[in-house]
Design a binder for this molecule. Structure first.
Ligand code: FEO
Length: 402
């Protein structure tokens, strides 16, 4: 049975939710599910904006059939070819054989890679700034390469001020019947998931996001329609400001993420003492055991806070395995502009600190503090001075809002 949400008189959400997916993209847990958004515009011509993942194809086609009634589907605008939005594309073509597909040349190439149907005869190729009329609505196209795939583009409906933003401005979490961000307590329940989505899916491509933000800065966006999560009709500026911040790798708040790898608890003990000393100074600290918390969650906090401390035992003459995965992931996600301190441990030859520093030096604008702590098996009382030296150095770099 169909399940729809009306967005405007002409636009309806025809997507769906998947609450059984364990790992989005095989990497990111989605305990609260995820939505795959598709939008149908009923104008003089009918226009579908993107398709959906295979997991929700049944309800998607029921939605589409219900909305179209006897009308044909005239156009499909494809913004992004990742299969969570394109898996059902071929079936849409089979069901609506006269359908034309509005896309760019890179999308045509990817359609040929993923599918075998004839795209050349049905493609309407658009470029940056092109405008396409569907009757009352005028659609203007903006290329958004590497946000977060090379073929990505966005569409701005100049008639109603609707930006179809592809993955940008998306969020993990099923919609649970809501469709607008202002129907739920987004700040309380979803901002964390929006940050986790941004940091992990798009976070590597900050400069490309900045380029798109510049392009859309002058648009009168009255509705923001991403491919995952909620539609925005209020406080759009505030959400765009978050993207400005995240994409420029500017911390949201002053605070210290302490990620530690500890086999028998001694490195954890040092990390906990450090956290307590920071709180003593009124500096917020959050702690993560890298063997328990997924790297993707820690990266999300690293995007949020200004300071990072990595405390790791030495393992096989290297960085402990789960800490090594986190460090590699942080470098891969292009994190920048953070102040970092490193603590190492090792019972005979501690080397993890040196190796962590070497990896993080690959990141841009990382202020890696000279102060460090090297533990042999367990922290000793005479090393408290070194902990305090790290706290002092962190405090000096904290911009306090006094
Ligand atoms: Fe939601 Fe990049 O796919």
């Amino acid at each position: 049975m169909y399940c729809l949400r009306k967005i405007t008189d002409d636009l309806t959400w025809v997507g769906g939710n998947d609450r059984r997916l364990a790992m989005f993209e095989g990497v990111y847990s989605v305990p609260d599910g995820v939505s795959y958004n598709s939008y149908l515009m009923m104008d003089e011509k009918t226009v579908l904006f993107d398709t959906v993942d295979k997991a929700i194809s049944k309800v998607f086609f029921e939605n589409l059939t219900e909305m179209l009634g006897e009308r044909p589907l005239d156009y499909l605008v494809v913004h992004h070819m990742e299969p969570d939005h394109s898996f059902t594309l071929e079936e849409v073509v089979l069901r609506y054989p006269n359908l034309k597909i509005i896309c760019n040349t890179k999308i045509v190439t990817m359609i040929k890679q993923f599918f075998d149907f004839d795209i050349d005869s049905r493609a309407i190729i658009v470029k940056e700034g092109d405008v396409f009329s569907t009757g009352k609505h005028q659609l203007k196209f903006y290329m958004a390469p590497m946000v977060h795939w090379p073929e990505v583009m966005m569409t701005y409906d100049t008639t109603d001020g609707i930006l179809f933003s592809a993955d940008a401005f998306g969020c993990f979490g099923a919609l649970n019947g809501a469709i607008f961000a202002d129907e739920v307590d987004f700040q309380q329940h979803y901002m964390k998931e929006a940050r986790r989505y941004y940091a992990n899916i798009i976070g590597k491509y900050g400069s490309q996001v900045q380029a798109v933000l510049k392009k859309i800065a002058s648009l009168d966006i009255r509705l923001l329609c991403p491919l995952h999560g909620f539609v925005w009709r209020k406080d759009i500026d505030q959400y765009v400001e978050k993207y400005e911040r995240w994409s420029s790798y500017t911390p949201e708040e002053e605070g210290v993420v302490i990620a530690y790898a500890s086999i028998y608890g001694n490195t954890e003990n040092a990390a906990e003492i450090l956290a307590a000393r920071l709180w003593d100074r009124g500096i917020k600290a959050v702690m993560f055991d890298v063997s328990v918390t997924p790297a993707s969650d820690i990266i999300t906090s690293a995007f949020q806070y200004s300071h990072l401390v990595f405390a790791s035992t030495t393992y096989n003459n290297g960085i402990f395995v789960s800490m090594e995965a986190l460090i590699f992931d942080i470098v891969a996600h292009n994190l920048q502009n953070r102040t970092v301190a490193v603590i190492e441990n090792g019972s005979w030859a501690p080397v993890s600190g040196k190796l962590i520093r070497a990896e993080l030096e690959k990141c841009k604008n990382m202020n890696i503090l000279e102060n460090k702590l090297s533990i042999k098996s367990s922290l000793k009382k005479n090393q408290m001075i070194e902990i305090d030296a790290i706290v002092d150095a962190i405090e000096e770099t904290i911009v306090k809002n006094k």
